[in-house]
Design a protein around this ligand. Structure first.
Ligand SMILES: NC(=O)c1ccc[n+]([C@@H]2O[C@H](COP(=O)([O-])OP(=O)(O)OC[C@H]3O[C@@H](n4cnc5c(N)ncnc54)[C@H](OP(=O)(O)O)[C@@H]3O)[C@@H](O)[C@H]2O)c1
Length: 347
């Protein structure tokens, strides 16, 4: 069986990665309908050896589609996601527009895929909100992947995370800005600052998203609120600092965790390495630990620098690195689609 698939934002950083992943994982696509802005109308997109023309969005755009992957900014997603769901498609949304809607599932399949499976097995017709499935923020996805095996075995008391986020997290324009500023800086030419709040070349910026009154940025708030929803821990104590760094791919996170129960380090390593989708890369004597440079374009979430925090009774430090365009966005979306394919027969 194969399916008619729409991709909104097919020309963007996440959309292009998603098309690559659909092909690599052989997602059963009989027809692709790529959507982008009117600037890209008519552009050819290749998938499974065929070329498909990019279209602009219009009201009957989704007729007959089984799946719509949404990889555009929040305001566009907010308008078009319900229309795609209303047209009968499963809509897997990478924007933040519906993540906190209590009727919409926010999913990382390895962590809380069970809630989706339960919904798919539920008797009765599905409503529009049932057909919308939200992907978390890229930094949230890799964080909850590392936290889940610890939660299951020892319980989570408190999490403090600091991020080192690549420019691709801000989309294709973020990467272009880093490249252009780096070239201009080295040639001692004036720099153009458009996407980030300051120069990103040779700089780290502790500011992703807008600031709220409590001093946290929207990116930091997303990581805290979304992690609690995915882990099902509405009271989890968390504090996050999100920093943009001058790299192209992968987000890194320094994560300090206070667990509910005492642990043995060997058991922690085993729990992390046994968890599906996580790879333990931790041999400091051999200079082995995850770095964006070495794990870019990989599917796994990598964990290294695993060590006890001696300042707490049950404290642990981790260094977590993952490709934000893959597990942080496109791969996670395709995995949600795969869960639907694997379970919808029982629906
Ligand atoms: N980048 C990440 O690491 C990441 C991770 C998780 C979630 N997300 C979320 O995923 C979404 C896409 O991010 P991105 O990084 O891929 O952004 P991007 O590289 O800027 O791509 C944006 C896409 O939106 C399309 N678009 C713009 N205006 C449109 C319109 N009016 N109608 C239809 N399509 C339109 C663009 O088409 P044109 O090429 O024609 O302009 C392009 O395909 C965002 O909501 C983002 O927050 C991103």
């Amino acid at each position: 069986m194969s399916f008619k698939v729409g991709v909104i934002g097919a020309t963007g950083a996440v959309g292009r990665t998603l098309l690559d992943i659909l092909e690599k994982r052989r997602f059963p696509v009989s027809e692709l309908r790529p959507f982008a802005s009117s600037r890209s109308e008519g552009k050819e997109i290749s998938l499974f050896g065929k070329l498909w023309r990019c279209q602009a969005l219009k009201d009957d755009a989704f007729r007959g589609l089984d799946f719509v992957f949404v990889d555009v900014d929040d305001p566009i997603a907010k308008e078009w996601v319900p229309k795609a769901a209303d047209a009968g498609a499963w809509v897997i949304d990478n924007s933040a527009s519906f993540r906190l809607d209590p009727e919409v599932l926010l999913l990382v399949p390895e962590v809380n895929g069970d809630v989706l499976r339960r919904k798919l097995q539920k008797a009765g017709p599905l409503g529009i909100k049932d057909r919308i499935l939200a992907n978390p923020n890229c930094s949230t996805a890799q964080l909850v992947m590392a936290l889940k095996p610890l939660q299951d075995r020892w319980g989570l008391k408190r999490v403090v995370a600091s991020t080192y986020q690549s420019t691709s997290g801000a989309g294709a324009v973020g990467m272009s800005e880093l490249k252009e500023q780096t070239q201009a800086y080295l040639q001692e030419s004036p720099l153009k600052i458009e996407t980030f709040s300051h120069q990103i070349a040779f700089n780290c910026i502790p500011h992703i998203g807008g600031f709220s009154e409590d001093g946290y940025t929207s990116e930091e708030r997303k990581m805290m609120i979304e992690s609690r929803k995915i882990l099902g821990l509405s009271d989890l104590k968390m504090s996050v600092t999100a920093v943009r760094v001058p790299t192209f791919f992968c987000h890194a996170e320094s994560v300090n965790i206070e667990l509910e129960k005492n642990f043995e380090m060997d058991e922690v390593r085993k729990a992390l390495s046994d968890f599906s989708g996580l790879t333990l890369m931790d041999d400091p004597d051999q200079k082995i630990y995850p770095m964006g440079f070495s794990v870019a374009h990989q599917d796994s979430v990598y964990v290294g620098r695993v060590r006890r925090d001696p300042s707490l009774e049950s404290g642990l430090n981790l260094w977590v690195v993952s490709d934000n365009l893959r597990k942080g966005a496109a791969l996670n979306a395709v995995q949600i689609g795969e869960e639907i394919l694997a379970n919808q027969k029982k629906n």
